[in-house]
Design a protein around this ligand. Structure first.
Ligand SMILES: Nc1ncnc2c1ncn2[C@@H]1O[C@H](COP(=O)(O)OP(=O)(O)OP(=O)(O)O)[C@@H](O)[C@H]1O
Ligand SMILES: [Mg+2]
Length: 171
């Protein structure tokens, strides 16, 4: 994995960029960093249009500029049904490593998360996985499992969702 690489998986291409009108949210970025350093994963849960995606983009840019995520920043969109969410993570895992999943396992959350674990294990240096739009119950369930791969001193997972609740599995 190239240092500082960036890519997007899922159905938003290219990844969202920071709005030229973006202002503020310094305190939220500080809190997110605190949460990630402590727990490994964190969520931005607000209603639609509140600025979740932009906050995540600005956090990722700041983290990269500060050299906090030398392993890379990755972006996965988690919209769609469970099959679509899993396929976005499969696409991401396959892009990282040489651990292809047999076709029949691509709809199994456990297998997909296992593949992601092996692939992320190959990333050198702290990584940041940004998961956008985990709005459905299906997405929250899958992302909750993926979030277990995050660790404070290894890799961070940040998720945006219109829904809160424990199923996201993040702080
Ligand atoms: N801090 C900010 N300063 C200025 N404009 C902002 C800021 N945050 C968000 N916006 C603007 O508000 C709009 C909505 O932001 P964004 O897409 O991040 O919301 P969201 O919560 O991710 O929405 P959704 O739930 O639909 O995904 C965009 O036009 C964005 O440029
Ligand atoms: Mg958004």
């Amino acid at each position: 994995m190239t240092s500082g690489s960036s890519a997007v998986f899922g159905n938003i291409v290219p990844p969202p960029s920071l709005s030229p009108f973006f202002v503020g949210r310094k305190e939220e970025r500080r809190k997110l960093l605190h949460i990630l350093e402590r727990h490994g994963s964190g969520g931005i849960t607000q209603h639609g249009g509140a600025g979740k995606t932009q906050l995540m983009v600005s956090f990722a840019e700041c983290a990269r500029k500060q050299g906090l995520v030398p392993g890379g920043v990755f972006w996965v969109t988690a919209d769609g049904n469970k099959e679509k969410v899993l396929s976005s993570f499969v696409e991401f895992a396959e892009s990282l490593g040489r651990f292809g999943l047999p076709e029949r396992q691509k709809s199994c959350t456990r297998a997909v998360v296992g593949s992601l674990r092996r692939s992320l294990g190959k990333v050198e240096g702290q990584w940041l996985l940004c998961v956008d739009n985990a709005d459905s119950a299906d997405a929250a369930e899958v992302v909750g499992e993926v979030a277990k791969l995050a660790e404070p001193k290894c890799g961070w997972l940040l998720v945006t969702s219109r829904r809160g609740g424990p199923e996201l599995g993040v702080e």
